[in-house]
Design a protein around this ligand. Structure first.
Ligand SMILES: *Cc1c(COP(=O)(O)O)cnc(C)c1O
Length: 513
């Protein structure tokens, strides 16, 4: 397979980098996102053959067919590490039939119990291999410092992925008091010699704005380069290196559905994805383009429903929108960055340039009729209220014994509303225990905005998990979550918000390591 080169969604980077180049660069100069110039196409036989392979090999085949610029043995070796024994289920991304015709793809068997592990156990390995490769080819690129602002989940998954990886170190900032007990402890106990974690005085927006300001500070970049030989990177979800692993599990899931007889080879399955930044569902779109028999792509939103509105109307409008708090915080997003890739494939770079300029200027854009028709031909969208998502958790548990987290519940409810006459794959993005407090509300039928009873309000996140297990006998908490309270806390420092707070924290951290 010849290495594939990349172009960008705004048509502003003529350099045509390889996979290694785009993983290290992240975003293209001019603000576009990298997309491959050629997409592979799998035959049905090739897709079905996946069911005979271990997961690491499925992912390796997808990477090779998408033309990554590493030799086959190298890809295989990295994939064995990415999808090895740190996964609590050796199938890595198993498919479970919960009720007739509704199958759940469980993407949370990784070390942090949420779907970001699917990409972040893999991408950092390719990132450090890519830096290695570029350095060997004489590129002046140095080692990299990953800076992350997190509202909880991404930070932990990134820490786990980059811990002790060559050519990289990582520092994560979270809003002090703005993450759950469990999320804080997950980060505070992080292992690894190249990791740092800081709380920030402020909310997530303050935290994100401060990290962004540090990124945009040329002086700071020069200082890191000169004193430490380090370059800053964000490794965020628009990086192609995070998207490619998300294509693999859709090919894998279809093969498993054929393997269990849930679909006949060649028959379609629909896919329903709880969507935030549009990365996960875009993986399904690429799998469909590459020949996997996926019918409709069902896009599930919570009360932050800008995507559901876009799919219904062709207008993406955040001008009058306030950000809503929900029990599915990882979908609380106003700008779904990866939508830009879909629009590029449907309408081309020139159109995307125009729409993104309008979005930046007027906070809204409307696609043309042909593009809207093309969106509607593949996607349907709907959204679920906070109360409905909690009610879904309870209802599905009572009916089937399957316990799901609030993100998965959003997708389940939308899948039930929109399902057609083929089986549907509901994508499950977090283990219930990761969002145990809201699962507890769901099972005790406590409204999302109701105050907890005094008894419940006194409980810590871990005590609430024990309560859920009393209400749902036989359900287990994943080992890495259960053992958190017995691990030493390595990090607990809280710093000021603002650019200087972040930069000083990085300096302090570098001077210690
Ligand atoms: C990140 C995340 C999502 C949203 O995925 P996107 O790729 O941003 O659409 C959904 N659920 C959980 C639990 C997540 O962590």
């Amino acid at each position: 397979m010849r290495p594939v080169s990349y172009t960008d969604t705004r048509g502003l980077d003529p350099s045509r980098p390889s996979f290694s180049g785009v993983v290290v660069r992240g975003i293209a100069p001019g603000g576009g996102l990298y997309v491959p110039e050629h997409l592979p196409s799998f035959t049905l036989r090739e897709v079905v053959a996946f069911s005979g392979m271990p997961y690491w090999q499925r992912a390796a085949v997808v990477f090779e067919r998408f033309g990554v610029d590493f030799g086959r043995e190298h890809v295989d070796a990295l994939m064995r590490t990415a999808y090895g024994p740190q996964w609590s289920d050796e199938r890595v991304a198993p498919v479970v039939e919960v009720v007739a015709g509704m199958h759940v793809l469980e993407l949370w068997h990784g070390p942090t119990s949420a779907f970001k592990d699917m990409a972040l156990q893999c991408m950092p390995l390719f990132f450090s291999a890519a830096v290695d490769k570029l350095q060997a080819e004489g590129d002046a690129t140095g080692d990299h410092l990953v800076l992350v602002a997190t509202s909880g989940d991404t930070g932990k998954a990134a820490l786990e992925g980059f811990a002790d990886r060559e050519h990289t170190s990582i520092v994560v900032f979270y809003p002090d008091g703005g993450v759950s007990d469990i999320q804080r402890l997950q980060m505070a106990t992080q292992r690894g010699e190249n990791v740092g974690v800081f709380g920030v005085r402020g909310n997530f927006d303050d935290c994100q704005a401060a990290v962004k300001a540090a990124f945009n500070d040329d002086e700071f970049a020069r200082e890191l380069q000169e004193k430490h030989g380090l370059r800053l990177t964000s490794a965020n979800s628009i990086n192609w290196g995070r998207l490619l692993p998300q294509i693999a599990y859709y090919v894998s899931a279809y093969a498993d559905m054929v393997g269990t007889g849930a679909v006949k080879p060649g028959d379609r399955m629909d896919v329903c994805v709880p969507t935030g930044n549009f990365g996960n569902i875009l993986g399904a779109y690429y799998a469909r383009l590459a020949g996997v028999p996926i019918g409709r792509l069902l896009c599930a939103s919570n009360e932050n429903n800008v995507l559901a509105d876009f799919i219904a109307t062709g207008t993406y409008d955040i001008s009058g929108r306030a950000f809503v708090t929900t029990p599915s915080p990882s979908m609380d997003i106003l700008i779904s960055s990866n939508l830009e890739r879909l629009l590029y494939h449907l309408a081309g770079a020139e159109a995307v340039r125009g729409w993104m300029a309008e979005l930046a200027e007027k906070r809204t854009f409307t696609v043309d009729r042909d593009t809207f028709a093309a969106v509607r031909a593949r996607f349907l969208g709907d959204w679920v209220s906070n109360e409905e998502s909690l009610a879904t958790i309870k209802r599905v548990y009572d009916e089937s014994g399957y316990l799901m987290d609030p993100h998965t519940a959003v997708a389940w409810e939308v899948a039930e509303r929109l399902r057609g006459d083929c089986p549907v794959l509901v994508v499950s993005t977090a283990h219930w225990a990761k969002f145990g407090a809201d699962v507890h509300r769901a099972l005790t039928q406590t409204a999302y905005d109701a105050r907890l009873s005094e008894d419940a309000a006194r409980l810590t996140g871990f005590e609430l998990l024990a309560e859920v297990r009393r209400l749902a006998p036989g359900k287990r908490v994943p080992e890495p979550l259960a053992e958190l309270t017995s691990l030493p806390e390595r990090f607990g420092e809280v710093v000021d918000a603002g650019r200087d707070g972040i930069e000083d924290a990085v300096r302090t951290w570098l001077s210690r390591s």
